[in-house]
Ligand binder design. Structure first.
Ligand code: HEM
Length: 549
């Protein structure tokens, strides 16, 4: 038979119904799935992606991409090494062949976080995780809703309000000093090793609860305070693997809605019995307790007639400010539905508690670590703060701001060991970044720790602690984009000025009272990252009280 006859025979004998035989369908489906998978994971990133020629690390494991390296290294370090080799824009591989872009240049950071911020929101899975652990507010909203909310929050973070709030920091700070001194009295040689991250966590929780809603946790004295216990439980859950697991769960359709429902809360014990979901039980439980306490505080404030619209003298906390501004809007004729609801108010306060507590505690702990390893910088700081402390142990916002070496130390610590080491955005359109065509849907990595220590900007000693560099900044320094600890633009940290002045108040007082040295010989730092970068070992440091002459 000729080939033509044979193919004609094949064609005439072809029965379309045979396609619907189960085995044929299975073969077709299997073939299609295998091809699609191979195309996405192997072929597309190597031969077809518009980003295929962007420099970066080798593509890594076909399924896990560069995650194997990232998961087994200290946060930010692999990206820092890649940046040294490949420069300010790189491609890396995420899971299952998903490409990501890593950006460092001021131009790219300006485009993503400032100019085109509406087209580069936080990815949905990130917002879902943040919503679950930090409430639905500034961290989860985008677009016009975010703009409106941010505008109504700005007064709480104005210099005028921060100036009034500074006084509220000192009661917890003085309690911390008192508690540590009492323990040191009983210590042999007058020195003792304290887990400083734990103590910084207590003092910053007391401060944030007081400034966010006028609630006294006093967890420095009472570790069993209900709010402190709930927070501690929540923070214990925040390890890298747990957050990755949570992000995977939140990517499942409907998971975020379900996890936030009362229905699920009342059945949370079921989750506790399922291996993958077991961490959700304590998480839902803690969030429920924190929400309940916040809602009770709100009810009290709304009923409290002394929270009048123009009364700035009595209640300076953020929740009172929101209640006052709602009252003012209602008195000016706004209808209740146009003002912020009770639930939204509770969510805002939760966001501030979560975003402002652990970040500041980590920032303070890293600063103490760096000072414990640079005794000359610590001595200079003590020399600067002691005369001011002796004249007035509760300096105001302006005085704290005027202390130059304190400013250098905090800027340098936040540069070198930023409490939020990395953040993500997603491109919502095909776009060019630094001349590279980035397809819609690409996750953009903003590697804060790498940006802050990039040698072409900061010089060869970029990875070392030198507070004096802030007195003579390098030529390539860009005030908005070279130290990116609080990022920039409409989603930049609203609490930046508050965090810095709180860190200054705490450091001012404890450096005047104590000397810090490493906890043991050969100690090295152990930064672990979940959402924030915190010391995995709670940062043990040797503390000795300063003897007054
Ligand atoms: C050293 C301490 C702090 C650091 C390093 C820090 C860092 C950051 C960073 C990097 C972001 C941007 C995250 C992203 O876009 O993915 C952010 C956002 C935010 N931070 Fe902070 N933060 C600190 C303290 C605070 C404090 C004290 C508060 C409030 C009391 C606060 C409230 C917020 C809020 C509400 C956002 C979301 C802003 C928005 O999207 O509009 N932070 N912070």
């Amino acid at each position: 038979m000729s080939p033509a006859a044979s193919s004609a025979g094949l064609l005439t004998s072809f029965d379309p119904a045979s396609l619907f035989h189960a085995s044929t369908l299975a073969w077709l489906l299997g073939g299609y799935t295998t091809y699609t998978f191979l195309y996405r994971v192997i072929l597309y990133p190597r031969f077809f992606s518009p980003m295929r020629n962007v420099p970066g690390p080798s593509l890594g494991n076909p399924l896990l991409g560069n995650y194997v390296t990232i998961v087994h290294s200290e946060v930010g370090i692999p990206m820092r090494e890649w940046a040294k080799k490949h420069g300010p824009i790189m491609r890396m591989m995420g899971l299952f062949g998903k490409e990501r872009i890593i950006v460092l240049s001021p131009e790219a950071l300006q485009q993503i976080t400032v100019r085109d911020w509406l087209e580069y929101p936080r990815p949905q899975f990130m917002r879902d995780v943040l919503g679950l652990v930090a409430g639905y507010g500034l961290l989860t909203l985008t677009g016009d809703e975010h703009k409106q909310l941010r505008k109504s929050m700005n007064p709480a973070f104005s210099i005028q309000n921060l100036t009034l709030q500074t006084e509220m920091y000192y009661e917890p700070i003085e309690t911390l000093i008192h508690v540590l001194k009492e323990r040191l009295k009983a210590a042999p040689d007058g020195k003792q090793v304290f887990p400083m991250y734990e103590w910084m966590g207590k003092v910053t929780l007391d401060i944030i609860c007081e400034t966010a809603f006028g609630y006294k946790t006093d967890c420095l004295h009472d570790p069993h305070n209900e709010l402190a216990v709930a927070f501690e439980k929540l923070l214990d859950l925040q390890s890298g693997p747990n957050i990755a697991k949570l992000a995977a769960i939140m990517s499942m359709p409907g998971a975020a809605t379900l996890a936030n429902s009362e229905w699920m809360y009342h059945r949370r014990h079921i989750l506790g019995k399922l291996p993958v979901f077991s961490n959700l039980e304590p998480l839902l439980d803690s969030m429920h307790r924190i929400r309940k306490i916040s809602a009770d505080m709100l009810r009290e404030k709304t009923a409290d007639l002394s929270v009048s619209p123009d009364d700035m003298s009595t209640k300076k906390d953020i929740m009172s400010l929101l209640v006052r501004s709602r009252k003012a809007e209602l008195e000016a004729g706004a209808s209740l539905k146009d003002t912020m609801s009770d639930k939204a108010m509770v969510d805002q306060v939760l966001t501030f508690l979560a975003a402002g507590h652990e970040t500041t505690a980590s920032g303070l702990s890293w600063t103490l670590w760096l000072l414990a390893n640079d005794l000359e910088s610590q001595r200079k700081l003590r020399e600067e703060v002691t005369p001011i402390y002796e004249a007035n142990p509760r300096p105001d916002y302006r005085t704290l701001k005027s202390l130059n070496w304190l400013d250098c130390v905090i800027n340098e610590s936040l540069r070198l060991l930023p409490p939020v080491p990395i953040t993500l955005r997603i491109a919502e359109k095909d776009d060019y970044i630094d001349g590279v065509l980035v397809p819609k849907g690409t996750i953009v990595n903003i590697p804060i720790r790498v940006i802050n220590t990039y040698k072409p900007v900061w010089g060869e000693d970029a990875e070392e602690f030198h507070p004096e560099r802030w007195l003579n900044l390098p030529k390539g320094y860009n005030s908005a984009f070279s130290q990116f600890t609080f990022i920039a633009g409409p989603h930049g940290c609203i609490g930046k000025t508050m965090a810095v002045s709180e860190m200054k108040a705490v450091l001012f007082a404890i450096i005047a009272n104590f000397e810090f040295t490493p906890g043991y010989a050969g100690q090295v730092a152990h930064p672990a990252a979940a959402i924030t970068m915190k010391p995995e070992d709670n940062m043990p440091l040797t503390v000795r009280a300063i003897q007054k002459n």
